[in-house]
Design a protein around this ligand. Structure first.
Ligand SMILES: Nc1nc2c(c(=O)[nH]1)N[C@H]1C(S)=C(S)[C@@H](COP(=O)(O)OP(=O)(O)OC[C@H]3O[C@@H](n4cnc5c(=O)[nH]c(N)nc54)[C@H](O)[C@@H]3O)O[C@H]1N2
Ligand SMILES: Nc1nc2c(c(=O)[nH]1)N[C@H]1C(S)=C(S)[C@@H](COP(=O)(O)OP(=O)(O)OC[C@H]3O[C@@H](n4cnc5c(=O)[nH]c(N)nc54)[C@H](O)[C@@H]3O)O[C@H]1N2
Ligand code: SF4
Ligand SMILES: [Mo]
Length: 761
């Protein structure tokens, strides 16, 4: 059975699928595509689960509208009429900024939102734009913006040619990489060791990646900045700095040198808990490697020192000459243009700066046009001009993914209007007034507009839908276009004209004559054709359509200085804002370690944040939402394996099941995110059977990385005590649902959704 090629959008690896379908359109099997340009047959269990995702009876297939307090199935006309009736009126009354948009991570993995959300935001004219980027990658953008002049110039580990990788707060064996698109990283890392290379993992947990590494440095959460400063100190004091090809491109080495003065491995040992001898040895070995790379992800970018940590990672790469060199940290060249780093577009209109506008309530930085997601709750619950009264979520579950869930839950319930575009009635969309469904992964086209910017090899691949759009479903781009039309004109008619105008505008921006655009193309394919033509390789949709397994565009090539968009086309290694913030890191040296335990997160191979838990194949085996505690701590705290613990932070508290393991260091506990499937109005039947607890009840929206406003999920201070209560095993103290807004509290009625047992006060 040949199967139809497609692309898995469930993580950043972008694996090729081969989907076998029978005559009546039923999906028979999903396998890895051996001819896929990137994944060459590799598939993880989530890829296989695209089939059960497609057939999941809970997946939304019709719009839902809240009438008389209950979400009921509705026609598209009813759903859009409801929005047209309420959204413009709200903006008229309270001003443009009263409607916020939250764009979740799934919106980064689907062409519709990738290409159309911007026009929705423009039509709304709101500055209240939020996304998952400020939950994980804003420090990366800011470091790239300040150092290279372009927030999207992302250095990516050239993993297939590297011979020394230091991974800081990343677990690619499970996550399959992040801001690194490279299917089957487990094998790629094994191959690296087989060819004599070395892998060092820096992580407070003994992760699956640490297990496969040569060395594991068990760092105390939140102290990586100190560790990196000590590494730089070794480089500088032992004369191991070697800028190589970068020598004529870099400014600011002196600034780095003065920052690292006196921060020796011996001095940081106490706070980082990493042995000084190991630090020195690793740095010497790294500096001697032919080509090495330091790579950091979630554990580096979601602590309160995230920007400085991310920055120092790049500094280490630069000072060892590993930036932009094969086997080091390289800049991919995707097949499409249209990104601000597209060479044809040249220098972006304004230099990247941290001195931009600030948010209304806590004056947090608005970067790349977005308010930090950790400020979403306060922008909703703080009265005043510009207060958010309505929210549109697309492909996200902020009720589970944003810090301080308790506050956000109350805030979401206080909104005058909430619209969700999603595949499920999840813990967020279940609170909406109108829910608009989207096609399944197999019913929509795909091209990884964002991920090819992080790919370990330059590739381009377009996957047409495997299956026809079912009757009664709209493509997601049309849904978003209709929302934009309502915001702009009050009416949702005229999608075709809207799309024509958008295509003309994008073509004009990219300098591509419209008559050069593929005939008969519309929607995302037409926009993609324009972006491809604007790209470095002069591709068209036709090229991609002729290559269903993807096009190989070559190994990563050095791109400096062309890829630099700083005004002087140099690397600004030591921006003053970073030097200043780094003083907080230096101050850690003499600060006391503090009371209580430090909470970190973790991911599991069979999860994707909050939303694959409704597929039985993804939740088999032992319960996974456990609080991992070291044996020493468990003994001290009187915790027993399988027992319960009450975990309390500045933001909230919850009860979790205890798992005693030496995977975590003493003083550290770990709880995964994306659980807490206990929202009575949600419709995720399988997930609700094993709800788990929502860790973001504990994370604090006041605790942020100051330079970016990025959320802090790791190194959160908590206290842990044994919990003797007779609460059910995965009980979770949620906000009191009896307070607040009656209209969202109504139990199941005819056509309504929610457990029978849940009644209004
Ligand atoms: N299977 C699976 N794959 C996924 C996802 C998923 O949910 N499941 N999610 C996707 C998404 S959205 C993303 S962003 C990526 C994330 O990809 P990764 O960043 O590779 O994944 P995480 O498991 O979050 O890894 C973070 C690591 O940081 C460690 N850590 C915590 N605090 C610290 C600290 O202070 N210092 C250091 N050095 N380490 C620390 C944690 O113990 C953890 O091992 O994964 C993507 N892929
Ligand atoms: N404590 C803690 N919190 C975290 C993290 C952590 O490590 N620890 N990680 C953070 C990170 S890295 C991220 S990226 C965020 C992720 O958090 P969110 O961005 O909120 O995303 P998800 O929880 O993955 O939910 C994605 C939603 O998209 C829907 N969906 C799937 N496909 C489509 C589609 O094609 N179109 C639309 N419209 N919807 C679709 C799914 O049904 C699901 O409801 O969470 C962050 N929150
Ligand atoms: S590794 Fe990622 S892209 Fe590949 S099959 Fe698994 S979830 Fe899909
Ligand atoms: Mo993420």
């Amino acid at each position: 059975m040949p199967g139809v090629p497609h692309t898995c959008p469930l993580c950043e690896a972008s694996c090729g699928l081969l989907v076998s379908v029978d005559e009546d359109g039923s999906v028979l099997e999903i396998r890895g595509d051996p001819d896929d340009v990137l994944s060459q047959g590799f598939l993880c269990p989530k890829g296989v689960a695209v089939k059960s995702l497609h057939t999941d009876p809970d997946r939304l297939r019709t719009p839902m509208v809240r009438w008389g307090g209950m979400l009921r199935e509705a026609t598209w006309t009813e759903a859009f009429d409801e929005i047209a009736h309420r959204l413009p009126a709200l903006q008229e009354r309270h001003g443009r900024d009263c409607i916020a948009v939250f764009s979740g991570v799934s919106a980064d993995h689907a062409l519709g939102p990738l290409l159309y959300t911007e026009s929705l935001i423009n039509a709304l004219g709101t500055r209240n734009v939020f996304s998952a980027a400020s939950l994980n990658s804003r420090p990366r953008h800011v470091v790239s913006g300040m150092l290279y002049g372009n927030p999207f110039t992302t250095p990516v580990p050239d993993i297939e040619r590297s011979d020394f990788v230091i991974m800081i707060g990343a677990n690619p064996v499970v996550s399959n990489g992040s801001m690194l698109t490279a299917p089957d990283l487990r094998s790629k890392l094994r191959a690296l060791r087989r060819r004599g290379g070395r892998i060092v993992v820096v992580d407070p947990r003994r992760t699956e990646s640490a297990d496969g590494a040569d060395e594991h440095l068990r760092v105390r959460p939140g102290t990586d900045g100190l560790l990196l400063l000590a590494m730089l100190n070794v480089l500088l004091t032992e004369n191991l700095v070697n800028l190589g090809e970068l020598a004529d491109l870099v400014d600011g080495v002196d600034g780095i040198a003065s920052l690292a003065v006196g921060i020796t491995p011996e001095r940081v040992e106490r706070r980082t808990e990493v042995d000084a001898g190991s630090i020195r040895r690793v740095v010497r070995e790294f500096a001697r490697a032919d080509a090495g790379v330091v790579y950091g992800r979630i554990g580096a970018s979601t602590t309160s020192f995230a920007t400085v940590t991310t920055w120092l990672i790049d500094v280490l790469n630069v000072l060892t000459g590993n930036l932009d060199r094969p086997g080091g940290a390289m800049f991919p060249q995707p097949g499409h243009g249209g990104l601000p780093n597209s060479p044809r577009r040249g220098v972006p209109p304004e230099p990247f700066t941290l001195d931009g506008p600030r948010s209304r309530v806590s004056r947090r930085p608005i970067l790349l046009g977005e308010v930090p997601a950790a400020a979403l709750a306060e922008e909703i619950d703080t009265p005043g001009f510009g207060q958010v009264r309505g929210l549109i979520t697309i492909g996200g579950n902020p009720a589970r993914s944003v810090p301080n869930s308790k506050r956000l839950y109350a805030a979401l319930n206080s909104l005058d209007l909430m619209i969700s575009v999603d595949m499920y009635l999840n813990e967020t969309s279940a609170l909406a007034d109108v829910v608009l469904p989207v096609p399944s992964i197999l019913e929509r086209p795909h091209y990884d507009l964002k991920l090819y910017n992080y790919a370990c090899r330059n590739v381009a691949k377009y996957s047409p839908p495997v299956l026809d759009l079912p009757v009664g479903m709209y493509p997601e781009w049309e849904t978003i276009a209709r929302l934009a039309l309502i915001a702009a004109t009050g009416s949702y008619n005229g999608v075709e004209e809207f799309d024509d105008r958008l295509a003309a505008a994008v073509a004009m921006r990219e300098g591509i004559p419209l008559d050069q655009v593929g005939e008969g193309l519309r929607g995302p394919e037409r926009l993609l054709d324009i972006l491809l033509q604007a790209g470095e390789y002069g591709l068209t949709m036709e090229h991609l359509q002729l290559s269903p397994h993807g096009l190989e565009l070559g190994e990563l090539e050095p791109r400096l200085p062309e890829a630099l968009l700083t005004e002087d086309r140099r690397i600004h290694l030591a921006p003053k804002e970073f030097l200043t913030d780094a003083q907080r890191v230096r101050a850690l040296l003499d600060a006391p370690a503090g009371e209580g335990m430090l909470l970190v997160g973790r991911r599991h191979l069979r999860s994707k944040n909050s939303w694959l838990h409704n597929l039985s194949a993804m939740v088999t085996g032992p319960r996974r939402c456990t609080l991992q505690v070291n044996e020493e701590d468990a003994y001290r705290l009187g915790l027993r394996n399988g027992g319960r613990a009450l975990v309390t932070s500045a933001a909230g508290r919850l009860v979790a099941s205890v798992e005693i393991t030496d995977e975590v260091l003493p003083g550290v506990v770990s709880l995964p995110h994306g659980w807490g499937h206990d929202e009575p109005q949600a419709r995720m039947t399988v997930a609700a059977e094993r709800p788990g607890v929502n860790v973001n009840i504990l994370t604090d929206d006041a605790d942020i990385d100051p330079l970016t406003g990025n959320a802090v999920f790791n190194g959160v201070r908590v206290t842990v005590v044994a919990h003797a209560g007779d609460a059910p095993d995965e009980e979770q103290p949620m906000p009191d649902r009896r307070q607040g807004f009656e209209r969202r509290r109504t139990p199941r009625g005819p056509g309504g959704i929610g457990p029978e047992s849940f009644g209004p006060a």
